[in-house]
Design a protein around this ligand. Sequence first.
Ligand code: HEM
Length: 364
Amino acid sequence: MKENQTQTYYGDYLEINSLLSTQKPKSLEFGKEAHDEMLFIIVHQAYELWFKQILHEIKFIKANLSGSNLTDEQLAECNLKLERIHKIQGLLLNQIDVLETMTPMDFLEFRDLLVPASGFQSVQFREIEIGLGINESQRPDTKQYNFMGRLSKEDQDRLKNISKEKSVFALVEKWLERIPFLEDGNFKFWDSYQNSVTKMLDNDKKIIEENTTLNSEQKKLQLLNLKSTQKTFNAIMDSKTHGQLKSEGKKKLSHKGVQAALFILLYRNEATMLQPFRFLQNLMTLDENFTTWRYRHAQLAKRMLGTKIGTGGSSGHKYLKATAERNQIFEDISNLTTFLLPKSERPALPQSLRDKLNYHFSRK
Ligand code: HEM
């Protein structure tokens, strides 16, 4: 790196004058400044700056995951970046508290001047969604709530180009699919896992049948519940059923990806699995934090607007609540907790595989 021969001045380096000249209340432009519009603008601008930082981290994560080989060091760096995003998401959530110091009546002072502008048109927010891997098909009623139609041609083209790139989800799926260890010599993780599940469910059945405190009606009901658990397990154990659900859009992650993710979750304490486990957890937290923000933002909209429509023309709270329920990316990984087994029921790994998964610091 070259040496800096000039003295850096704080205001120049951060372009403070330019930055501070970008808050232009519409209410001032149209005659009478609404005091709270400044807060409204600054909060939105702060969001956009943090979105920029999140995109910077996503770019880093995508670049690392794109190679044919993801080293331990790269994975550890990706984990650090995801953990940074979590902290930023905490700030994004807290900013809603600041914005809510503006009352709905104060908002009404300038709201109508903003139509049809809306967070609906935040291109960086869409870049984050698309970059992480939200599918168009999972969005709530894309015909009714087509955000693309609300964007300039230039912004539409920008998003279309990003959609052509591999998302974090797609890259994580590919990484999971190439994780070794699922087969080692005679050991086949998926066969062993299925045997363990069958044993566990047979045992559960026996416990219900032999339970003398239950009458026949209660037993019937519990056995029926067990059958539905069995059905849930079958949906991931059988690759055909899983493929069918995937083609119907009910699952996103490939069957191979599911197997590898489950392996990581079950054997998280084997040395080689520590970083991958942290990575999967970080992806789930990332998703969860966005969902929490979405619910919180939907509440904000309800508080500010009641049942009025949004400035972007959507049904407001109802639409935002639907996005919170649907727009998750790593849901298939979070849902794998359903399929975890107690440590005692996990298939035992052969020693040859454990040797590959661990390193030892022996005493001389
Ligand atoms: C008074 C405060 C706010 C209200 C009443 C509000 C209301 C709404 C409403 C009703 C929508 C749905 C689209 C529409 O019809 O306009 C929306 C979308 C959105 N808003 Fe806000 N919002 C507020 C503040 C914010 C802030 C501070 C941000 C931060 C950038 C933000 C980001 C977004 C985003 C990203 C969407 C699109 C969500 C999606 O389509 O999944 N909003 N907002």
